[in-house]
Write a protein that binds this ligand. Structure first.
Ligand SMILES: [Zn+2]
Length: 366
């Protein structure tokens, strides 16, 4: 695990919120709410913000370092060694680098192939159980001096029993104890939980700040040709406004193969290429999980074009004849369903070649 997550630079769109919260903590007579929720889609920097704030709250020199934890005091050293006695985290697997932190470049530099399968598998099966919440209780109720912090990442993965156990804790706030909940899918949280936590305003991101950030983040990568303002704006739009997700998208191996996907699809439909040949070729290009992500994005725009809207992707050419030979909505729906099924099948170790063959056959008839 890396400790950089505690000491990384503040993301530019989080500066206002950072100064509001830290000034509140430093002001006399004021304090932070006992329970805070960082919610929203991946790629907005929720986790980066929370871990940075946690480090600062625990830092012994925070009064002199309002912009972030000092990095040198006893508390900061405990964080670096992963042994902080005043910090508890659930689930235990969530602490290592995730896709939604400030070290986005570092995460992107290691190949996506190394990371994705394990991450998907662990997240899919992740559960926070009642025993996990109970195990926190002695820490929360131990009393004593100094601030204590619990971080519950993937809070939506709590079972009902776990959520109810947490609810009791939320109803009896303890002095000096702060709970941070993080969730990529806050709609799945119990309303009773949501009503007892204060949501951090992390979701409003100034578009101009996002464009500047993504441009700078991509400036040093191989994707120089993509660094025009319209290309950046498109990336941010495709990432639903989340800057870190936009950077990850630009660096994804499949993003540069969008035009190629269209070419293959057209060749398959017209019978100029067999599905077996297409499958063999694409297996050399992308792993199947990446091909599925690519296909999902392409289908979204094919749908838009079919409905008479402009494609979101302005940098590739959607065939003009798409409107004449538009796949039916049922056919597109069936293909999207098939992509979903393939994802599930891959978790059960279905062979990539088999999955690729099947998807290419279906694309030919789309
Ligand atoms: Zn410190």
């Amino acid at each position: 695990m890396t400790d950089d997550i505690y000491f990384a630079p503040l993301l530019p769109w989080q500066q206002t919120l950072w100064s509001q919260l830290t000034q509140r903590v430093l002001a006399p007579q004021q304090s932070l709410p006992h329970a805070l929720l960082a919610a929203g889609m991946q790629g907005m920097g929720k986790r980066a913000f929370v871990w940075r704030l946690v480090a600062w709250l625990l830092c012994r020199a925070r009064d002199e370092h309002p912009l972030g934890a000092c990095g040198h005091c006893e508390s900061c050293q405990w964080l670096r060694s992963g042994t902080h006695p005043s910090l508890q985290t659930l689930p235990l697997v969530s602490l290592p680098v995730s896709a939604d932190n400030a070290n986005n470049n570092e995460a992107a530099n290691s190949t996506a192939k190394d990371k994705k399968p394990t991450k998907t598998a662990s997240n899919a099966s992740l559960k926070i159980k009642i025993d996990d919440i109970r195990a926190l209780q002695p820490f929360i109720y131990q009393g004593g001096q100094g601030m204590r912090i619990c971080v519950l990442d993937h809070a939506e993965k709590m079972t009902i029993a776990a959520a109810n156990a947490l609810l009791k804790t939320l109803e009896e706030p303890q002095a000096q104890v702060h709970l941070f909940l993080i969730s990529d899918a806050p709609a799945q949280l119990l309303p009773t939980i949501k009503s007892r936590v204060q949501q951090l305003a992390l979701q409003t991101i100034d578009p101009a700040i996002a464009v500047t950030y993504v441009t700078q983040a991509l400036g040093s990568t191989i994707h120089r040709e993509a660094v025009g303002t319209s290309a950046i704006e498109q990336l941010i739009q495709l990432a639903n406004g989340a800057p870190l997700a936009a950077v990850t998208l630009a660096q994804a191996p499949w993003y540069s193969k969008r035009a190629l996907w269209l070419t293959t699809w057209q060749a398959l439909r017209s019978g100029k290429r067999s599905s077996v040949a297409a499958s063999d070729y694409w297996q050399t290009q992308l792993d199947i999980a990446e091909f599925i992500q690519l296909s999902e994005l392409m289908i979204l725009d094919i749908r838009r074009v079919g409905l008479g809207f402009d494609a979101q992707q302005k940098d590739i050419h959607f065939p003009i004849n798409l409107t004449e030979h538009q796949p039916t909505d049922d056919a597109l729906e069936a293909f999207v369903h098939s992509l979903q099924q393939t994802k599930t099948a891959l978790q059960q170790n279905v062979q990539e070649k088999f999955a690729y063959d099947k998807l290419m056959q279906e694309l030919a008839y789309l």
